[in-house]
Design a protein around this ligand. Sequence first.
Ligand code: FE
Length: 209
Amino acid sequence: MAKYTLPDLPYDFEALEPHISAKIMELHHDKHHQAYVTGANTALDQLAEARDSGNLANVNKLEKDLAFNLGGHVNHSIFWTNLSPNGGGRPEGNELAAAIDEFFGGFEKFQAHFTAAATGIQGSGWAVLSWDAIGEQLIIQQLFDQQSNTAQGTVPIFQLDMWEHAFYLDYLNVKADYVKAVWNIADWSNVQERFTAAREKTAGLLVLS
Ligand code: FE
């Protein structure tokens, strides 16, 4: 039985218009995200077959397939919930707002840093606001492809898909306009929930010394 399944979107395809079109949302969720789910299940099945047969000659390829496709599944699953037709504005009067002030020097500085990280990605990838469980701080990371360039022990709480499939139909090559539009649909209540869970569930988990 398939281990991973495609989650439903928490809103209709057209719900994020005019910031992200229904066409993009439908393709992105039903085709792209589905492909990562299928790919992750296939990689798991093929790894199980390889163990059973004892033929592990393809292990490098299969591990890469698993990382890429499971990464894609996780990334998109978080991304959908980070957005809402009722989003926008900024976190206010909560722990997330205070943490953004503490670790980035204010919301505007966070926003500028996150935007630069997003629009500056070389190739395909994501901008990610993460809880660093070792440093006990929020950090911004550039995630390459679906799985590279981030540290173990960081928990994503807000992430933005910067693959061309996420914006090209609506914004062509103008990444900055896409990022600007996303600020209107960022669901800070979801990010606050993820922030609380990330801190509570990783407290004391990663001890390096
Ligand atoms: Fe995507």
